[in-house]
Design a protein around this ligand. Structure first.
Ligand SMILES: Cc1cc2nc3c(=O)[nH]c(=O)nc-3n(C[C@H](O)[C@H](O)[C@H](O)COP(=O)(O)O)c2cc1C
Length: 217
């Protein structure tokens, strides 16, 4: 490694450059690989390492992206929660494919996940909804996410309305709110390395296994 690379590495806390990524070739399960990377991101002190970009696209092929929080993942897929009346929901209704993106800059790592998307069951959404604080539950009821808000006061009034409506009661899951699961058919792990000789490898879903391919950086 050149002196410049070493300096750059030190300045960027370049663990990505320094850590030999031994696991790269030793696992055939991208979900457990992702689990390791997310845990390392948590340990490294990155704030909200579970935040990710979700990209959707209209049927005309116009993409849009926004950040959400990953709340659950397993062999079935990657789950986030949102408003089913939002812009992303409308795009997903018309074109049920999404791309997720994580960037853990301190570790010089990126993960790209692509696949079909589906709504999770109402029971699963219910369980998560009731695990949230009361304020978040009221917020879900009060916000017509992605729709025009003429005055912030309207939102504050809406919160007040639902606080009174549900006072002393269990707040039900709104029928316009819940989770989506991205069922991955492709997961790419990117590890920054010195001199732009980064490591990239892609897991592509086959009927009974994942195929692993390396890509040029
Ligand atoms: C770090 C971060 C986390 C977020 N998490 C969520 C989330 O979990 N669910 C959600 O609906 N919006 C979340 N948002 C807000 C979205 O980025 C977005 O503004 C909202 O979902 C509306 O998007 P849409 O109009 O494209 O549907 C988050 C924003 C940030 C910056």
């Amino acid at each position: 490694m050149s002196l410049l690379s070493k300096l750059r590495c030190a300045f960027t806390l370049g663990q990505g450059v320094l850590i030999e990524n031994k696991a790269l070739t030793t696992t055939d399960d991208p979900i457990s690989f992702f689990d390791n990377w997310l845990k390392e991101a948590e340990k490294s002190g990155i704030i909200l390492p579970e935040s990710m970009s979700v990209s959707t696209s209209t049927t005309e092929g116009r993409p849009s992206s926004r950040m959400v929080l990953l709340k659950e993942f397993n062999q079935q897929g990657f789950v986030f929660f949102t408003n089913y009346g939002s812009r992303k929901a409308a795009e997903l209704q018309a074109n049920p494919f999404a791309a997720l993106l994580f960037h853990w800059n301190m570790l010089q790592r990126q993960v790209r996940i692509e696949g079909r998307i589906e709504r999770i069951s109402q029971q699963e959404s219910e369980a998560y909804f009731h695990s949230r604080g009361r304020g978040s539950q009221i917020g879900a009821w009060a916000s017509k996410q992605s729709h025009i808000l003429n005055d912030r006061k309207d939102l504050v009034d809406s919160v007040k309305y639902y606080e009174e409506k549900f006072a002393g009661k269990t707040i039900p899951l709104p029928d316009f709110w819940g989770g989506y699961r991205v069922i991955p058919d492709s997961i790419e792990f990117w590890q920054g390395k010195a001199d732009r000789l980064h490591d990239r490898f892609v897991y592509t879903k086959q009927p009974n296994e994942w195929k692993i391919t390396r890509l040029n950086p």
